[in-house]
Ligand binder design. Structure first.
Ligand code: BEZ
Ligand code: FE
Length: 305
């Protein structure tokens, strides 16, 4: 297409139509739609807030900084999306349990809420047997037993589904952030039995701050926001023919449930962590079921290699 008949911009507002027309040649229709919408919102945002040159320069520096700060131990790009609520938005939008319009509604009744993946999932966690303890080495803490059933959308138990769990230690560190923990501590993959049931032992996780030593930490401080996530367990539940459920279960009573810095908590994801005295010692129990929907079993890429 020739651009010779397109009027040159004369005002800030008249740049956008030219950009949209130029991008309209994009053969991939979804890329065309996404880029047209994103560009329109960006132009509207810049016009509305009257972004200055210094502010634009600062924004570019932030993007460069989060890219450069991303590496083997941290992913500041994902963290930035998390802190803006974008990761939670994508998780909720794409899992029909969380909204009630469109074709997804038929499956919506039974499906579990999804939650953001977070940066600390690792592929290939140890394969465990039902009842194994994932607190390896010398991990101290209140013992926790976790059990539940994995169901399909008709409420039938799913045998041989994989329940991949990972969580922070009782001092609030994931093993890949903390050299004092054994490799793969507090991680494991369990299979459901013939009745769809899973069961594992661990220690109660603690809440922890999202990383604050990078550019995202600067943003949090500038916004006077605290970095502390409520205590939680991460789950990735999968079986062929079903959408991989990535979710989290939060400790009820945690003081940060309503101020999660990454907006991952929904009411359905607050678990019932019961604490009882067993042989004079505290012992915690959590029962939590998962409901999968049909779909492709596609796994994410680990955020940290
Ligand atoms: C996490 O749940 O592991 C997490 C999520 C977002 C940012 C940092 C950590
Ligand atoms: Fe986490």
């Amino acid at each position: 297409m020739s651009t010779s008949n397109i009027p040159l911009p004369t005002t800030p507002e008249s740049i956008l139509p030219l950009v949209i027309r130029t991008m309209s040649r994009t053969p991939d229709p979804r890329l065309r739609e996404l880029m047209a919408s994103l560009t329109s919102h960006l132009h509207a945002f810049i016009l509305e807030t009257e972004v200055t040159e210094a502010e634009f320069e600062r924004a570019v520096k932030f993007l460069i900084d989060i890219g450069q700060a991303t590496g083997e131990k941290t992913n500041e790009v994902i963290l930035a999306a998390d802190l803006l609520g974008v990761s939670s938005l994508v998780a909720l939008l794409n899992n029909p349990a969380n909204h009630s319009h469109g074709e997804a509604h038929a499956q919506a009744e039974a499906a579990s809420h999804a939650a953001l993946l977070g940066p600390f999932w690792r592929a290939n966690a140890p394969i465990c047997q039902a009842g194994d303890n994932i607190a390896r080495g010398n991990t101290q803490g209140i013992p926790l037993e976790v059990s539940g059933v994995v169901y399909d959308k008709q409420g039938r138990p799913l045998a041989d589904a994989t329940v991949d769990v990972w969580h922070a230690s009782p001092v609030g560190m994931y093993e890949n952030q903390d050299d004092t923990q054994e490799n793969m501590n507090l991680r494991g993959r369990f299979k459901t039995d013939a009745k769809g049931a899973y069961f594992f032992k661990t220690v109660r996780p603690a809440g922890y701050p999202v990383p604050t030593n990078g550019p995202c930490g600067d943003l949090l401080r500038a916004q006077v926001r605290h970095p502390n996530r409520p205590a939680h367990l991460h789950f990735m539940v999968s079986t062929p023919g079903h959408k991989v459920l990535i979710t989290q279960v939060f400790a009820d009573g945690d003081e940060n449930l309503t101020s999660d810095p990454v907006f991952g908590v929904t009411a359905a994801l607050v678990g019932n962590f019961e604490v009882r005295m067993v042989d004079g010692k505290q012992q915690a129990f959590l029962t939590h079921d998962f409901h999968l929907i049909e779909g492709e079993m596609t796994f994410p890429h680990p955020p940290i290699p």
